[in-house]
Design a protein around this ligand. Structure first.
Ligand SMILES: Nc1ncnc2c1ncn2[C@@H]1O[C@H](COP(=O)(O)OP(=O)(O)O)[C@@H](O)[C@H]1O
Ligand SMILES: [Mg+2]
Ligand SMILES: [Zn+2]
Length: 244
């Protein structure tokens, strides 16, 4: 987890310093950089806040909903599971995922699973519904708003894993397109990973490039370079088939 005050086997202090009794001088421990990294990322997450609603906490493959999703969408689940097994490497190399499909097929659950595993691996993670994020940005323009525009942009730019939900939902006006482009382009330039989901209405063919109509060509082409082909999840809405 992102606790900067972990116990270090070298017995350094909370700031990652050791003390040399002979020279009577403090010197940095090998863990100091990691402590500083965790503190900076922890502060950033705290300033902007992050959330995983109860429904999407403590996910594991041996119980519902993941076990059910693995049964119905084996290829997608296997892909995500493999990605998550090496989430530290993948995220540090800027590799992300795109989950595209019909509503209620388990895309959001799988994306939260990746976010959960990334945090367990000690990475900083921010989850945002895309529409909510844009509303927060808009609100941050008001005087004295918290978090500030700067804090939000910094966090979504620098967090190690950005998890965006329902990227195709916001109505695309110029301002929306500009914000999405800024966020995606900055992450692209810093080689930072994104995991995101987008819905296609049931009965409509899954056309990945239809996303470009929602987020703009430039943003779409950046994203494609960052995540590759989408993981496809088609089928009936689970909530409707079982009345959940
Ligand atoms: N195969 C499944 N087995 C059990 N529960 C499922 C399954 N697929 C989806 N769910 C549940 O249905 C709801 C919708 O899933 P979600 O991941 O939000 O879908 P999507 O993001 O594709 O709309 C969630 O509460 C999830 O736990
Ligand atoms: Mg969803
Ligand atoms: Zn140490």
């Amino acid at each position: 987890m992102l606790d900067p005050d972990f116990d270090c086997p070298n017995g350094c202090d909370a700031n990652g310093f050791l003390f040399d009794e002979v020279t009577r001088q403090a010197y940095p421990c090998s863990c100091r950089e990691e402590r500083l990294r965790r503190r900076a990322h922890g502060d950033m997450e705290a300033s902007v806040g992050r959330y995983a609603p109860p429904r999407f906490q403590d996910l594991d493959w041996s119980s519902l909903p993941l076990s059910g999703i693995a049964e119905r969408h084996t290829a997608a689940a296997t892909h995500v599971r493999r990605f998550a097994e090496r989430v530290g490497d993948n995220v540090r190399q800027g590799r992300g995922l795109w989950l595209l499909g019909n509503k209620g097929t388990g895309k959001t659950t799988l994306a939260y699973y990746v976010a959960q595993q990334a945090r367990a691996a000690g990475l900083s993670v921010l989850t945002r519904n895309t529409t909510d994020l844009l509303n927060e940005l808009r609100d941050s323009y008001k005087p004295d708003a918290q978090p500030t525009t700067r804090q939000i942009i910094d966090a979504v730019t620098h967090v190690e894993l950005l998890h965006l939900e329902d990227v195709s939902v916001p109505r695309p006006n110029d301002w929306v397109l500009e914000q999405l482009y800024t966020i995606v382009n900055r992450r692209y330039e810093h080689n930072k990973a994104i995991v995101f989901t987008s819905d296609t209405p049931f009965g409509q063919a899954l056309k990945p490039d239809a996303l470009a109509d929602h987020i703009g060509e430039r943003t779409y082409s950046r994203l494609m370079q960052m995540v590759g082909d989408p993981i496809l999840m088609t089928g009936q809405d689970y909530r409707l088939t079982v009345g959940a």
